[in-house]
Ligand binder design. Structure first.
Ligand code: ZN
Length: 302
């Protein structure tokens, strides 16, 4: 049986792996994100080496973005308008497909992670849910009606604007495009800049966490009202602080104020807003899930 390859392409590091699911995830290799030339080159070398020993059926890429995920578009598989230096308008999936000659699945990092969580993690059996990562940046994706969320391009849930009290929090935000959008106010770098300490070093009792829970809850309330997800999964480095989950749930209940009449929220919010079931492997497993889908689609066409 051929293996599937996954590339979790992040703004600071890449993870390549082979496997077919959480019980079969191997040969993981991590390297820092440098130039596109060097970093994509290392991915190609990784898979070329591995496939001398076993065939690789397809490769999935879940990538930082923004990206072009539309297979009909001439720039499918590109990283497009990213502010990350050197990476704007980078053909990514096409280069991998050309170099390795296998089907390639490509999507945003968060849609990839959402697919992994749907197949093996905290969103099994659900057809509409969202996955948000809160780390170096903030991104959101997921499934709606059983399909990965796409549309005009793909969702940019990290860049919604929030109502906020600038007397309580005069911080101007860190988003290079918007200043005080959700990512600008609540990403890891925003916490670090506002408080002068890295998020992971801020103690549980620090007011940073209450403000963080508040901003996330305001955003989640908006997503609940617009998308009606069956569950919300919160991953990423900032969410490794598990003590923030109860605060977020409490604020979401307060903000919704009983309006969304579902027992999933009113009675079981502890199972409604949850950490990833796959821990920090949802990204790379999501990429492997994208590879499995790409192989299936290619077989369907062929
Ligand atoms: Zn923004």
């Amino acid at each position: 049986m051929a293996a599937f390859g996954g590339i979790e392409a992040g703004g600071t590091k890449f993870v390549c792996a082979l496997g077919s699911g959480p019980d079969d995830l191997r040969e993981e290799e991590r390297f820092p994100t440098t130039t596109p030339e060097e970093t994509i080159g290392r991915c190609i070398a990784y898979f070329e080496n591995r496939r001398r020993r076993e065939p690789i059926a397809a490769i999935g890429i879940s990538s930082f973005g923004p990206v072009d995920p539309n297979p009909e578009s001439p720039t499918w598989g590109y990283i497009t308008t990213t502010p990350k230096p050197g990476w704007g308008q980078t053909p990514f999936a096409g280069r991998i497909a050309e170099a390795l000659g296998v089907p390639v699945g490509f999507d945003t990092d968060v849609n990839g992670a959402a697919l992994g969580e749907n197949r093996w993690g905290a969103a099994q059996g659900l057809d509409s849910f969202i996955y948000l990562t809160i780390g170096t940046g903030i991104g959101g994706g997921g499934l709606l009606g059983g399909k990965l969320m796409h549309g005009l391009v793909h969702p940019e849930m990290g860049h919604v604007r929030l109502p906020r009290d600038t007397r309580r929090d005069p911080f101007e935000g860190v988003c290079p495009y918007h200043g005080d959008c959700l990512e600008g106010l609540a990403s890891g770098p925003a916490m670090e800049k506002r408080w002068g300490t890295r998020a992971e070093a801020l103690p549980d009792a620090h007011p940073a966490w209450d403000l963080e829970a508040h901003y996330l809850a305001v955003a989640l309330t908006g997503f609940i009202c617009t998308l009606s997800p069956q569950r919300i999964i919160l991953g990423g480095g900032v969410m490794e602080r598990r003590s923030i989950f109860p605060k977020i749930r409490e604020y979401v209940l307060q903000l919704l104020n009983g309006y969304v009449q579902s027992p999933a929220i009113l009675e079981r919010i502890g199972e409604f807003i949850v950490p990833p079931g796959l821990g920090n492997t949802s990204g790379v497993l999501g990429a492997i899930a994208l590879a499995q889908d790409a192989a299936r689609n290619a077989a369907g066409r062929g």
